[in-house]
Ligand binder design. Structure first.
Ligand code: BGC
Length: 762
């Protein structure tokens, strides 16, 4: 909107309210919203609390859509997952021209790991360990989404998970509260920037509050139950970090916490979130989260809607329980006017902060999308970030990187799988524009090498499983030839080549929402393909696609090189080629432990010691905490990831080994790139609190630095440690540190570390 038009809008719309212009500052906001709310009927207030999904609104037909009437009646506060400026403008017009008070709508979307330029799935991105890069990915996502009319994203998802059976582990940042908190802050900064009313920043929504990642048996939407000590120390910190970073909104999770679904849990939504953490934005439910409380067994729609409002939920996603029952509950004294007003106010404040009252079309500049979405510059950044998120799990005999010469056999159901590259939750992406491994490799080698392709097998022998795992247009183009025919073709291709690149693993929708698995191995048919390829005697590189840690014991024992590429986003194929041919030296480090088998789950690095820990170097001892059939060790530990070069760690040097009060400990270590290639290494700091008033983990991540080292170069990395780094929630949930002995550990992953002891008194 041109300036003059904007002014006219404000004048026309809000002059009757005596509010001529939007000023900055909380006081001005309060005056504005007080004035507006005085004019609002109870129905209009409840309308603000209502968030329907966009359904199938098509351009040019918004006014005849089912919900159009509701926009005009002021019965909608926002809409989500509607794409394009044209459609959004049309709907916004109905709200600001047809409704009595002309209150603009919020437009939300699941912009989870990029908009049209898609970055790696969050679990992959978290293996990057470069907070600037992660922030930049969110910044680009915000720029693209806002250029396309969106002002609110349902991200970051920060649910800690230690259970690879749970499909949504792919959407989070892994198992660690410290790393998860750093990422939560970076994402919020990236989306929201310094000024939410800029037209290229969007409001973030941290989700799913709380503990969704601890679903029993890894089955989605299942019950969670844990002690408050564990909750506060190990699961809640990333949500709190997002709140500390100023996140505008919070999404309630589906699961119950302490026997109450999050949406009805006052302790969670009010006592902890608002009173303890000082959250000032609004809380939205997850999709039909209120209605689902009927099935949870908490009463009918009126009862559960009242419970949600009483708990501190402000906005009702999709279910319309608030819209249709709260007036009755108000009349019956089951909720108060004040509660409705508070919820309405918090949503209006969000709109105010986004600048929508000043200009409801602030995010509707038709010209922006053409020059700001899926640009070469954005894609270049996505390619780099993806390449640095891949984790090299094994590289026997330096098989990788490959030469760009000779004949390369590219085999597997994920080799030419364009639509699967973005992974789960890529609602805004044009799937056909992603770069497949085949396209990436071909582009990289040009005329210098020959690439031969065969699919080799389907995703799974079970066509129904494949159907369930390839939804939302993410087809793998199931091949109807028999298994042996596909295999034979692959072997023929393999036999003509110098090296085999096997692109295997999961499809994009084999992880994500409602995609839990009890078997976390590569599907059997693909394993058989891999076995047959290995039997040819040609060197085999496994390019592994996955949205979760997989159990790869056999692969680790038999395949010489394994590169875990997660789902790398729209530029995945190019990034994979960059790493395979050594144009980028891999530097990703796992943010989740890989188990040896599914029976070890949950397995995580920051576990407790127990009263019967195993002796050093032992893997079985009678009457100790272990298994008969497998050691306690993970296959790949948290923080693990190889490089094409090698990093040697010196010993830890401390500025002092006895400390008192608020002194600072400097813990330094030298890291030398002793290989022949330049590379990046994430140096990780872990601390163990040896004696506590409650039991403490065997180690906890407390810092990390991703550094770049030229071949032969040595750098000294120093961590500055203060008592703040030693704090934890004790039995009484008091957040403090306790004096005594601590072990300082530094290394390139959570297993291979150097250590030193200190004593810290109060
Ligand atoms: C998911 C949320 C998502 C919402 C809106 C739900 O099913 O749990 O993560 O933001 O849908 O699409």
């Amino acid at each position: 909107m041109k300036l003059l038009q904007r002014f006219a809008f404000v004048l026309l719309v809000f002059a009757p309210l005596g509010l001529l212009a939007q000023q900055s500052g909380d006081a001005a906001m309060k005056i504005f919203i007080d004035g507006l709310m005085k004019k609002m009927t109870i129905d209009e207030k409840l309308g603000q609390l209502n968030l329907p999904g966009a359904g199938d609104i098509t351009t040019g037909q918004a006014s005849s859509s089912d919900i159009a009437k509701k926009f005009a009646q002021g019965k909608v506060g926002g809409l989500f997952n509607i794409k394009s400026v044209a459609k959004i403008k049309e709907v916004q017009k109905l709200a600001v021209e047809k409704s009595r008070l002309k209150i603009p709508l919020l437009f939300g979307m699941d912009v989870i790991h990029g908009y049209q330029t898609v970055f790696p799935i969050p679990l992959g991105l978290s293996c990057n360990w470069d907070m600037k890069a992660i922030e930049q990915s969110a910044r680009i996502a915000a720029t693209e989404a806002s250029a396309d009319g969106i002002c609110w994203t349902f991200s970051p998802m920060v649910d800690i998970s230690r259970d690879p059976r749970w499909g949504r582990i792919s959407e989070g940042n892994g198992e660690d509260a410290y790393l998860g908190s750093e990422i939560a802050k970076a994402m919020v900064r990236g989306y929201q920037g310094d000024n939410l009313s800029e037209n290229n920043t969007i409001m973030a929504c941290v989700k799913h509050y709380a503990l969704y990642g601890a679903a029993e048996a890894g089955r989605d939407y299942n019950t969670t139950d844990m002690s408050r000590v564990r909750m506060f120390n190990e699961y809640l910190p990333p949500y709190k970090a997002a709140v500390d970073a100023g996140v505008g909104t919070v999404m309630a999770s589906f699961n119950e916490v302490d026997g109450l679904p999050a949406s009805a849990n006052k302790w969670l939504m009010t006592d902890v979130l608002r009173k303890q953490w000082g959250f000032k934005g609004f809380v939205v439910t997850d999709y039909t989260g209120i209605n689902e409380m009927i099935d949870h067994g908490l009463g009918d729609l009126q009862a559960v809607s009242a419970k949600a409002l009483n708990a501190g939920v402000d906005m009702d996603m999709v279910g319309e329980g608030f819209l249709t029952t709260l007036k009755k509950s108000l009349q019956e004294g089951k909720v108060t006017q004040r509660q409705i007003d508070n919820a309405c106010r918090s949503i209006l404040e969000a709109k105010y902060k986004l600048g929508l009252f000043l200009d409801p079309y602030r995010y509707c500049d038709e010209k922006r999308a053409a020059t700001e979405v899926f640009t070469d510059a954005n894609r270049k950044v996505a390619r780099k970030i993806a390449a640095e998120s891949f984790v090299l799990l094994k590289n026997q005999g330096n098989l990788l990187p490959l030469q760009k010469s000779g004949t390369i056999a590219l085999i597997g159901p994920l080799a030419d799988a364009t639509e699967n590259m973005t992974g789960t939750w890529s609602v805004a992406a044009d799937l056909s524009k992603s770069i497949s491994v085949m396209a990436g490799l071909k582009d990289a080698v040009g005329g210098n090498a020959k690439i031969l392709y065969a699919k080799g097998s389907n995703l799974s022998e079970d066509s129904l499983l494949e159907e369930r795992a390839t939804m939302f247009g993410k087809t793998l183009h199931r091949d109807n030839r028999s298994g042996p025919a596909l295999l034979q073709e692959a072997l023929a291709v393999a036999n003509q080549s110098d090296v085999i690149v096997a692109a295997l693993g999961e499809s994009a929708e084999m992880s994500g929402e409602s995609s839990s698995r009890t078997n976390i191995e590569i599907p059997q048919i693909q394993k058989e393909l891999l076995q047959a390829l290995l039997k040819t005697g040609k060197p085999v590189v496994l390019v592994l696609f996955t949205g979760r840690p997989l159990a790869l014991k056999w692969e680790n024992e038999n395949v010489p090189a394994i590169l875990n590429v997660w789902f790398g986003g729209s530029e995945a194929g190019s990034a994979i080629a960059d790493v395979i041919f050594g144009d980028v030296n891999p530097s990703g480090k796992l943010s989740t432990t890989f188990p040896q088998n599914v029976g070890q789950v949950p397995i995580f690095y920051n576990h407790k010691n127990t009263g019967r820990p195993l002796g050093d170097g032992k893997w079985f001892q009678k009457f100790r905490s272990n298994y008969l059939d497998v050691s306690n060790d993970p296959l790949y530990p948290f923080g693990y990831g190889l490089s094409y070069t090698h990093f040697d760690y010196g010993d830890i040097k401390l500025n002092r080994s006895s400390l008192k009060g608020n002194q600072t400990l400097n813990a330094s270590i030298t890291v030398t790139n002793s290989g022949s290639k330049d590379g990046k290494e994430t140096v990780q700091l872990y601390i163990r609190d040896v004696v506590g008033s409650t039991t403490r983990p065997v180690k906890e991540l407390k810092g990390f630095q991703k550094i770049e080292l030229k071949a032969g170069e040595t750098k000294t990395v120093t961590f500055k440690i203060t008592p703040a780094d030693l704090k934890f929630y004790n039995y009484d949930l008091k957040y403090d540190w306790e004096p005594g002995e601590f072990v300082i550990m530094i290394g390139g992953n959570s297993r291979d570390i150097k250590s030193a002891k200190i004593n810290w008194t109060k």
